[in-house]
Structures are given as structure tokens and as C-alpha cells.
Design a protein around this ligand. Structure first.
Ligand SMILES: C[S@@+](CC[C@H](N)C(=O)[O-])C[C@H]1O[C@@H](n2cnc3c(N)ncnc32)[C@H](O)[C@@H]1O
Length: 208
């Protein structure tokens, strides 16, 4: 099956992406909606959560992505592989993750990953970067106490910028980490490692 072709980048500030999604109802998308939930924000083709869902049937996995064709492809693959614990949602996480998660049952979100988000190098494009204060607040609001957030990137200035936002949140404490704690690597992580480039990683735990 050929890969779906998509634009490499989309501008999350464009009017088309500033829509209000319907809140996700876990009972409509997962076979067992109350399993511990892992959220992967900016999942692209979603192979990380697909492999994780195969390895961990006792958890649910939700991939969120702004490029809609990839979401459709991911959900098709989840169906074809009978992965009843995997679902993808089309969402502009910076703009409306709060709406998407509005009805999430309290205490089910155990882990969150943000892996290699688009850097938007130019200063004039800084507002297009996915991780901002609102996104972090939304994630922290829904994460269970003792839940973990793992963030990684190969872009030094972006690491600094993102980690500072997470560090500024009083409900989180940083856990030292230099490794990916998951048994699966994203496509981007594999590509960066093949080039032997540095990867900046941080992990946070919700404490209050
Ligand atoms: C460089 S890719 C990394 C993909 C994957 N996490 C990996 O590590 O291989 C960044 C992804 O984030 C998505 N993205 C960018 N801005 C987003 C936003 N505001 N909301 C949701 N996804 C976004 C992009 O479309 C892209 O698929």
C-alpha cells in the first residue's frame, strides 16, 4: 500500500486549522475506554503509537496530528490491524487540544509524548511552534497525578524553549533522563540517530 502523500509542513495559524473539534468520547473510539491512556501529540504517520499499541494491549493510545490525511491513514491501519486500543484525531494541538480533551474522564491519562515537533527556525514563525504555555496547561490539567510527559527534539534552541515552559509549570517536577524510556522510536528519532546527531530529552511528572 503506497504511503499517503502530504505537505511536509502546514501553517497551524492558517484559518483552515483554527477550527473547534468535537470533544473526544473515549467510549466511542476505544474498546475498553478506561484503560490507561497514552497521548502522542504531533504523531505524524503515527507509527510510534501503532507499535506501542501492539506491544501494550492493556493501554489505550491516542495520536493527535494536524495533517488530516495522516489521521485517516492511521485510523485505517489501526482498523486493519485490529488495534482496538489505538485511535488518531485530526487536531491543531496548540489551538484546540483543550476542546478535544474536554470530556476526557479524570485520571485516565497516564503518559504524554511530544517528539521532534517542527522547529519553525525563523523568529517570525515562532508562533507556529506547537509547544506553548496553553498546550502545557491543557496537558497538565488532564494528566493524572504521577503521570509522565516525555519530550524530545534534535533542535537545541527548541529544546531550551520547550523545557523552560514545562519547568515553569508548578504542578510538574523534572525527572532526569537521557534516554527514550519507551521501547519504540519514532521515525524522526531513527533518522536523527542514523545521522549521529544529538537528541535533547526531558521528562516531567505531575505532582499536584
Ligand atoms: C517533525 S514531525 C515529528 C513526527 C513524530 N512525532 C516523529 O517524531 O517522527 C512533527 C509533527 O507534528 C505535527 N504538528 C505540527 N504542528 C501541530 C499542531 N499544532 N497540532 C498537531 N500536530 C502538529 C506535524 O504535522 C508533524 O507531523
Amino acid at each position: 500500500m503506497p504511503r499517503v502523500r502530504v505537505h511536509q509542513h502546514v501553517n497551524p495559524l492558517a484559518p483552515f486549522y483554527r477550527f473547534t473539534p468535537k470533544p473526544i468520547l473515549v467510549e466511542n473510539v476505544f474498546d475498553n475506554p478506561l484503560l490507561p491512556l497514552h497521548l502522542d501529540v504531533g504523531c505524524a504517520r503515527g507509527r510510534f503509537v501503532l507499535k506501542m499499541a501492539e506491544m501494550f494491549p492493556e493501554r489505550n493510545f491516542l495520536g493527535v496530528e494536524i495533517r488530516e490525511p495522516l489521521v485517516a491513514e492511521g485510523n485505517r491501519l489501526a482498523r486493519e490491524n485490529n488495534l482496538i486500543n489505538l485511535h488518531y484525531e485530526f487536531n491543531n494541538a496548540t489551538y484546540s487540544l483543550d476542546k478535544l480533551l474536554e470530556n476526557l474522564p479524570t485520571g485516565i491519562m497516564h503518559t504524554v509524548t511530544i517528539q521532534f515537533p517542527d522547529p519553525w527556525y525563523k523568529k517570525k514563525h515562532a508562533k507556529r511552534r506547537m509547544v506553548d504555555g496553553n498546550l502545557v496547561e491543557t496537558i497538565v490539567e488532564h494528566l493524572k497525578i504521577s503521570g509522565k510527559i516525555f519530550v524530545q527534539t534534535d533542535v537545541d534552541f527548541l529544546a531550551e524553549e520547550m523545557f523552560e515552559i514545562f519547568r515553569g509549570n508548578q504542578s510538574l517536577r523534572e525527572i532526569e533522563t537521557s534516554e527514550n524510556p519507551f521501547p519504540v522510536k519514532t521515525e524522526r528519532e531513527i533518522a536523527v540517530e542514523e545521522k549521529d546527531l544529538p537528541i535533547y530529552r526531558a521528562m516531567f511528572e505531575k505532582i499536584s
